[in-house]
Design a protein around this ligand. Structure first.
Ligand code: BDR
Ligand code: CA
Length: 316
């Protein structure tokens, strides 16, 4: 069985929470080196706390968590508590986790880990604004040697935006960082809204999770039900889109997604379209085809994977 060495950079976040539960449950395939957290959906202290809480629920305190950047590279912070609740984890009961984050800053961890790892050995999953990763790249460009690929949740083309008419939240929240990551060099697999809107938490799919008796499955169900109840996520029967678990699901089961090669640039300046991802499928001599853009996702398959793995996760 192929295993991947993985670092997850995230901002939990309801769907980041589900992504982490999926990754924690996939310990046969994903060798988690650490989780870095960043300011995004909620403030940096809360995304770190939420990650430690999800880690505790999954009984995976063997995986270290590192707190990262408290604000985007150049813009003012844009939070998304209206989608994720005040705590960032919907209406999940919040407590102080038994084990907190490490003292080392997330950027320092990324630098240490990526400069000492074998070349092209680490899959770096990013499910929040890309501030930590871009800062590490700018500070020590040799971190890129250790990166096998970036698997990112971010961007939108045909689906249009979800925070402005043309921008997806993770890119909008730190477009300068996204521009650095898209153009860094290692392969980028981008799971934007075009793909994640095909993976929806329909009543039948959440009912399958609700039937399981592991803490991880119960937590995933509660997070998804919170998202499904938000009017902004559309009618309940349609189900809310499951964004952040997509890159994790792809690492575990690549056949669940289809991609098209393209060039991606990010609008960093315009007040109207900041965070827009300009996705160019045409092949042009002056532009590297730097990204694999996810065009199709197997929603049934992603939920079947989530349900299967969370059924096997640690019992209370
Ligand atoms: C992305 O934005 C965040 O609010 C979610 O956690 C996800 O990473 C979707 O646009
Ligand atoms: Ca996120």
């Amino acid at each position: 069985m192929h295993t991947s060495a993985v670092i997850i950079d995230c901002d939990p976040g309801v769907d980041d929470g589900v992504a982490l539960l999926l990754a924690f449950a996939a310990s046969d395939v994903l060798k988690l080196r650490g989780i870095t957290t960043v300011a995004g959906n909620v403030a940096a202290t809360l995304t770190a706390r939420n990650t430690c809480l999800i880690r505790e629920i999954a009984a995976r305190e063997d995986v270290p968590v590192y707190t990262g950047c408290v604000q985007p590279m150049q813009r003012k912070p844009v939070e998304a508590g209206h989608f994720h609740g005040e705590s960032g984890l919907g209406d999940l009961p919040i407590r102080t986790p038994r084990k907190g984050p490490e003292a080392l800053h997330a950027v320092e961890f990324l630098i240490r880990e990526l400069t000492t790892a074998p070349a092209a050995s680490i899959s770096l999953v990013i499910t929040g604004p890309m501030t930590n990763v871009a800062t590490a790249i700018q500070r020590r460009p040799e971190v890129l040697r250790g990166v096998r690929e970036f698997a990112i949740m971010g961007g939108a083309r045909s689906a249009g935006g979800n925070i402005t008419p043309s921008a997806e939240y993770n890119i909008y929240a730190d477009p300068h960082a996204a521009q650095v990551v898209f153009n860094a060099g290692p392969p980028v697999y981008a799971f934007g809204l075009d793909a994640t809107h095909q993976v929806r938490a329909t009543p039948a799919r959440t009912a399958a999770l609700a039937a399981l008796d592991t803490p991880a499955a119960g937590t995933a169900r509660d997070l998804l039900e919170f998202a499904n109840a938000l009017p902004a996520n559309g009618p309940r029967e349609q189900g809310s889109p499951l964004h952040d678990p997509c890159p994790i699901a792809w690492l575990i089961e690549p056949s669940l997604f289809e991609f098209r090669r393209c060039h991606v640039d990010v609008e960093t300046e315009s007040a109207l379209t900041a965070g827009h991802t300009a996705v160019e499928f045409r092949s042009r001599a002056d532009r590297a085809q730097n990204v694999q853009w996810a065009t199709r996702a197997n929603g049934d398959g992603v939920f079947a994977l989530l349900t299967r793995l969370l059924a096997q996760s640690a019992k209370a």
